[in-house]
Design a protein around this ligand. Sequence first.
Ligand SMILES: [Zn+2]
Length: 254
Amino acid sequence: MKWTRRLIPALKDNYMLLLSAVNGATIAVDPSEAEPIFVALKEHQLTLKHILCTHHHPDHVGGNLELKERTGCSISGSRRDETRVPGLDSIVSDNYQIEILALPVLPLEIPGHTLGHVAFFFPTLGIVCVGDTLFGMGCGRLFEGTPQQMFTSLAKIARLPPETLVYCGHEYTQALGEFANTLEPENTDLQRRRAEVAQCRAAGQPTVPFTLAEELKTNPFLRPQSPYIRKRLGLEKGTDLEVFTEIRRRKDNI
Ligand SMILES: [Zn+2]
């Protein structure tokens, strides 16, 4: 079955995603706020049936209760966020595939940004919603988890097929590209992508989604093995986790 994807900007720099079947039945991922979703539902004659939440932060669940009240939709989130995601009806578990409106969804538990953070991989659509764990050329802050947890979670996402399209929760790509450049200015893929991103933003276009393959070539948090990054950090002999931890520490301190 064909599904239509609609990326909807919200709040300051958040993105929400609507996935709609041919009959208009729609799944919303991370509804930061209700109003832009109501506008899209009306404009495209869609019916909201279900909400998927990657994690409990207000800028990802802010629209939950109003949307549920006015549409009667149901809401799924992490088993670890049972008391934190407003209006939660059903919980999802790591690697336990479910179907929503007959669409296969594989939840992946990816703690780090928060302990209950999950990604939603849609194998038949070739897309993954990663919330605030992976960003274009960056990764989320560690509000609840450890560097080891985030490192493992990013590795889990990185193992998905490289052509997978990544939908993240924020438009941070351009600023993160600048940070990536401080670590690996020798990386020609990074230079090319920064130029493309600058062009895209100047035209008012979103940089989301992007492919996992592109991330693997340009995102320093997925590249702790890069000899250039290691040299710059003075960690030539460090473990990948040590390199990752140092990159995260530097990003937190700018
Ligand atoms: Zn968050």
